[in-house]
Design a protein around this ligand. Sequence first.
Ligand SMILES: Nc1ncnc2c1ncn2[C@@H]1O[C@H](COP(=O)(O)OP(=O)(O)OP(=O)(O)O)[C@@H](O)[C@H]1O
Ligand SMILES: [Mg+2]
Length: 375
Amino acid sequence: MKPLEGRKIVCCVGSGGVGKTTTAAALALSAAMEGKRALVLTIDPARRLANSLGLKALGNAETLIDPSHLAEAKLTVRGEMWAMMLNLKRSWDELVRRNARTAEQAQAILDNKLYQTLSTAMAGSLEYIAMEKVLELYSSGRFDVVVLDTPPTSNALDFLHAPDRVLDVLDNNAMRIVLGPMLKAGRFGLRLLAAPSGLVLRTLARFTGSDFLRDLAAFMMAFEGMYEGFKERAANVKALLSSPQTGFVLVTSPNPLTTQEALFFHRALERDGIRTAAVVVNRVQRDPRRHGGPDNLAALREALQLAQIKDENRLAERLCETLTEQAILADLDRREVERLRDTLRGVPLFTVPRLRKDVHDLAGLWQIGEYLGGE
Ligand SMILES: Nc1ncnc2c1ncn2[C@@H]1O[C@H](COP(=O)(O)OP(=O)(O)OP(=O)(O)O)[C@@H](O)[C@H]1O
Ligand SMILES: [Mg+2]
């Protein structure tokens, strides 16, 4: 894709179910075919797509797509096609292990009940870890381009702001004040944490249970000294995302409600100083008139006759009706695409037709990639 030339990181964002995962994988495949070492970092891909990318259920490791699989799909890849499925829990654990000052500190965090909940359930946790992973993969220098797929529930902004939000939780001043006595006590050994002291803590304990408070204090304590590292990387991620090395690809369907959401994403990115690199309108209804469709009843009848299909007259009429309906849908889609093009003047826009089947293998991805200006 032309607008993505020279970009090191590509983020595919958009509403649920529009084709973010498909687009991300197709873009990575195209880049690999052009000779790049490309990695698609997917989140929750459909099982069949994951299978054809050779990804295992628990994932969290970069996997090189077997060249023999590519050859089976009749694809010649000059570079390397890698895929990875993000595993939230494992990524957090690895992050903690890498950044803890000592193995004991890492273990204290990993064993903390609150950490176990927070790392998987905290709002923005997935987005944060995805960004950490992107930074890690990018910095490793092993890939020319990393294409990030994003989860259905979040929007482009979650990715930009997740680092702030997660850091807020880790460095919550209010929490530090309330837990202060416990945190201090903690430095002299966890035994002192047994009973919450002070009025605020005693009151809180009545609502939350003192176990919870103890876990919380231990959690905050365990993170002591790691916060700065987190903060620094979060700043790096933000800078990287806003740099020209990163391209945001907005994926949408031609449905007016979805294009509305796409425009919202676009403006939100703009407010953060980020230009949308490209818009992909996916699953656009093909226009049957381009193949001499509903306007040519005689030709349809003849084709059916040639194929020795019985009852060709009635069938031809019904086919005509279906094709007429398809033509109406195609008109609606075209109008919506034009509207979007007008509104987003200056942003390169690509349309991908609705294929007959779901896209769950390499050949299907390649087909999508062709519409995105791949090889
Ligand atoms: N152009 C297309 N033609 C036909 N099927 C498509 C096309 N693009 C995507 N699909 C299919 O639509 C389904 C949804 O696509 P995909 O999983 O890529 O969407 P998503 O935006 O990642 O969804 P989610 O928000 O749930 O993660 C998949 O089954 C995929 O194979
Ligand atoms: Mg998806």
